[in-house]
Design a binder for this molecule. Structure first.
Ligand code: NDP
Ligand SMILES: O=C1O[C@H](COP(=O)(O)O)[C@@H](O)[C@H](O)[C@H]1O
Length: 483
């Protein structure tokens, strides 16, 4: 077994919203797992900050509860948990008031990395940035981590970028998109840019179309208030699906370096054509299987917010001329399955008579749940049956490689937080990228609003609305099964 943990510098990480849902479910359990893996240097500290008047002991007890709930049992090591909890300090603080800021300042140490994680409602991002600056807490060593949603349209995203830029340089701002922290997403870049095999075929001449699917089985239970003002387009497409699209479509960056990668992603976003109304399908899950429908979850019976969206997207550049990218995402679907499927064109001339047995080559990049890559190729059906064709997958799943590594693969949040500490922005969105993504998304949403568009109802546990099937059928193509 090999340990591949890369050491990081000593750090102070302040989590604004340290008692909130995201901190409890993802950030703190993730940090514990990094501690367990030996990646948190001695003397590093985690400081929780929220309005609640808690003592250190009370916050530690809450964090212990979060670890018990959200870390797999086999990773719950009593000694390690005790050691981790000792690193935690809590400061009652009001992002909009004066409470707590002087105490936070006193706690800050010189010459260690300072990271401030804004795990609070987006309306507080500007207040926190302002107060960090006013109290002289943020110095050149400091970084801020900004959660999603980064605005709800171009205007608000611009305003937020401006507020943050008053106090921090772009090199200090880490805008999280947790999809970029997923293992397979990074593997996608390795497969594309560390092999000669794919690049010559990676263009309109050889690729028929690309499908990007992020299907969820969960509904919006408990998050209805946020989600109803957002919908799948803002919640998933503008950020996560857009990032996946960029990584598939971008030109090779000159180096695996934050700005080189982000420059190439930005070019893709700017090259996206406006989407026509007939190329978009919106859906909303109905009640079914004893579960309430979207409208009940959102506590808004008249809601027109989409919990599903499918669209056909085109990129206006040489490489992708005429290649459709079909994107879909939705809640309460048949299975939790996220994947990118790149379907190649037919060979120019068929020499085998078995036309029925023939299928296109497809590269499937599977993000979750069973991450890996499969390249579907044609072979001869084994046996004496003559020259019959069959499709088989070349399996590039990572299970074997992972078994060689002694510790678990960090989840997206763990990896991204450690990247913040290392000062590596490659997997974070730059301000201009986010704005360009909104500039493309805004007209789509404005179109729905101006037409008072109603999403089509779909059955929970299904593959989404009927019209989404038509989106591909009319082009003579089919969605891959969600499984
Ligand atoms: N939860 C999730 O799964 C995800 C969340 N996000 C984003 O993460 C952020 C946090 O979300 P989530 O954890 O769900 O939110 P919660 O409402 O669960 O938590 C909010 C946190 O902020 C604190 N807080 C609220 N007001 C103030 C204030 N004035 N000053 C200081 N602290 C304050 C709260 O504590 P107190 O009330 O005691 O002050 C609490 O700790 C949001 O931007 C959200 O969009 C992104 C992706 C997923
Ligand atoms: O950002 C979000 O992502 C989750 C899906 O993330 P995953 O890692 O579980 O695929 C989604 O449920 C949520 O609505 C959205 O805000």
């Amino acid at each position: 077994m090999v340990s591949r943990v890369i050491p990081v510098d000593v750090f102070d990480l302040v989590i604004f919203g340290g008692t909130g849902d995201l901190a409890r479910r993802k950030v703190l359990p993730g940090l514990y797992r990094r501690f367990l893996a030996g990646q948190m240097p001695e003397d590093s500290r985690i400081i929780g900050a929220a309005r609640g008047e808690l003592t250190d002991a009370e916050w530690r007890a809450q964090v212990a509860g979060a670890i018990a709930e959200f870390v797999p049992k086999e990773k719950q090591d009593k000694t390690a948990i005790a050691g981790f909890l000792e690193r935690l300090t809590y400061v009652p603080i009001d992002a909009r008031g004066t409470t707590g800021w002087e105490r936070l300042k006193e706690l800050m140490r010189e010459n260690v990395v300072r990271a401030f994680y804004f795990s609070v409602a987006p309306g507080l991002f500007g207040d926190i940035a302002q107060r960090l600056s006013d109290h002289g807490i943020a110095d050149a060593w400091s970084r801020i981590v900004v959660e999603k949603p980064f605005g709800r349209d171009l205007t608000s995203a611009r305003a937020l970028n401006e507020v943050l830029a008053r106090h921090f340089t772009e090199a200090q701002i880490y805008r999280i998109d947790h999809y970029l922290g997923k293992e397979t997403v990074q593997n996608l870049m390795a497969v594309r840019f560390a092999n000669i095999l794919f690049e010559p075929l990676w263009k309109a001449e050889y690729i028929d179309h690309v499908q990007i699917t992020v299907a969820e089985t969960v509904g919006v239970d408990g998050r209805g208030a946020y989600y109803d003002k957002s919908g799948a387009m803002r919640d998933m497409v503008q950020n996560h699906l857009m990032q996946l699209l960029c990584l598939i479509a971008m030109e090779p960056p000159w180096h695996f370096d934050p700005d080189a990668v982000r420059d190439e992603k930005l070019k893709v976003i700017r090259a996206l054509k406006p989407v026509l109304a007939q190329d978009i399908v919106r859906g909303q899950y109905a009640a079914g299987g004893g579960e309430p429908g979207y409208a009940e979850h959102a506590e808004n019976s008249a809601s027109r917010t989409e919990s599903y969206v499918a669209l056909k997207v085109a990129i206006s550049n040489w490489r992708w001329q005429g290649v459709p990218f079909y994107l879909r995402t939705g809640k309460r679907l048949r299975a939790r399955a996220s994947e990118i499927a790149v379907t190649f064109k037919q060979p120019p001339h068929a020499i085998f008579d078995d036309a029925k047995g023939w299928h296109e080559n497809v590269l499937v990049i599977r993000l979750q749940p069973d991450e890996g890559m499969h390249l579907w190729v044609m072979i001869k059906e084994p046996g004496p049956g003559g020259m019959r064709l069959m499709q088989v997958p070349l399996d590039m799943s990572f299970a074997d490689a992972l078994a060689e590594v002694s510790e678990d693969v960090p989840d997206a949040y763990e990896r991204l937080i450690m990247d913040v500490i290392r000062g590596n922005q490659t997997l974070f969105m730059r301000g201009d990228e986010v704005e360009a993504a909104w500039a493309w998304t805004d007209p789509i949403i404005e179109g729905w609003e101006s037409r008072d568009d109603r999403p089509q109802l779909y059955d929970p546990g299904s593959s989404g609305p009927e019209d989404a099937l038509m989106l591909m059928h009319r082009d003579g193509r089919r969605w891959r099964e969600i499984r």
